[in-house]
Design a protein around this ligand. Structure first.
Ligand SMILES: N[C@@H](CCC[C@H](N)C(=O)O)C(=O)O
Length: 278
């Protein structure tokens, strides 16, 4: 790859509610991300460090397409906060307040609200066990696991626990344990949520392929769907995460998520770094 990028490879660093991303804009050229590049870049000592890498590609019937990678080099089918960050960047580039995009999940749309928050329709939640996916037929509202969690797919799998105090938990131990539970053949993201007020939840997350992160957009959507399904909240919910606040509105046309985005810096990966990954 280094021979194709003799001047280096430009990238952006952005975050959404503290969920941080490296973003490559590959429009007009082929996609460059490989599992090896994602893993090397995701290493906070030897690379740049991030929760997810998002690569923007050309799309024929949408404004752009997006692929997601976790920092361990694995692929992710959805990433709500990166979708909001990249949509912000694309709206700025196109001079518009709304964009459409393609992900593995299908066609999504994003908008900038009057208050400046960027929101995305993450699509309908996946509630059938095959869709999450789970390894066999079970009640997704009450998984046969300690703690009685809920399984929700948002284009990626989530296992949501409702607990008395999410801040009192060792989520590294609990998250690691359930990420690889055999009930989830593709592993899972793990959320821990507590009801802290009417339609308000405190949520912490252990992400598949990334570990503890300060926020997870698809996880916030899954948690809001699980809370409404359990009758703990209505369908319009505010979530307090370690890195900020996300608003989730489960409407007839899908689960909408709104929150802050920040463009941190632009930089260039050196040819030496790219050579070391080849
Ligand atoms: N941070 C993300 C979710 C990223 C993907 C996840 N780790 C997976 O493997 O499914 C978000 O904002 O949704």
């Amino acid at each position: 790859m280094a021979e194709h990028f003799s001047q280096g490879l430009p990238f952006m660093k952005m975050h959404g509610a503290g969920n941080d991303f490296v973003i490559l804009d590959s429009r007009g050229r082929g996609a460059v991300t490989t599992s090896a590049l994602a893993r090397a870049l995701g290493d906070r000592n030897r690379g740049v460090g991030y929760d997810q890498l998002a690569e923007i590609r050309d799309a024929e019937d949408a404004d752009f397409a997006l692929d997601f990678w976790n920092s361990d080099g694995s692929r992710a089918g959805a990433c709500g906060n990166a979708t909001r960050c990249v949509s912000h960047y694309m709206m700025q580039q196109l001079g518009r307040d709304q964009v459409t995009l393609l992900t593995q999940r299908g066609r999504l749309s994003a908008q900038r609200r009057a208050d400046g928050l960027v929101c995305v329709n993450m699509g309908h939640p996946q509630r059938a066990w095959q869709e999450v996916p789970l390894s066999h037929a079970v009640d997704t509202d009450h998984l046969p696991l300690p703690g009685d969690p809920v399984a929700v797919g948002m284009g990626n799998p989530h296992c949501v626990f409702f607990v008395a105090d999410a801040d009192a938990l060792d989520i590294t131990a609990e998250g690691r344990r359930y990420e690889t539970d055999p009930l989830f053949p593709q592993k899972t993201n793990v959320e821990f949520a507590s009801l802290i007020g009417p339609d308000r939840l405190r949520m912490r997350v252990w992400e598949r392929g990334a570990g503890i992160t300060l926020a997870c957009g698809s996880g916030a959507c899954a948690t809001a769907v699980a809370a409404a399904t359990r009758g703990l909240t209505g369908r319009n919910v505010t979530l307090d995460l370690d890195g900020g606040v996300l608003e989730i509105d489960w409407r007839d046309d899908g689960v909408w998520m709104a929150g802050p985005v920040a463009h941190v810096f632009d930089a260039v990966l050196s040819p030496e770094f790219l050579r070391s990954v080849a």
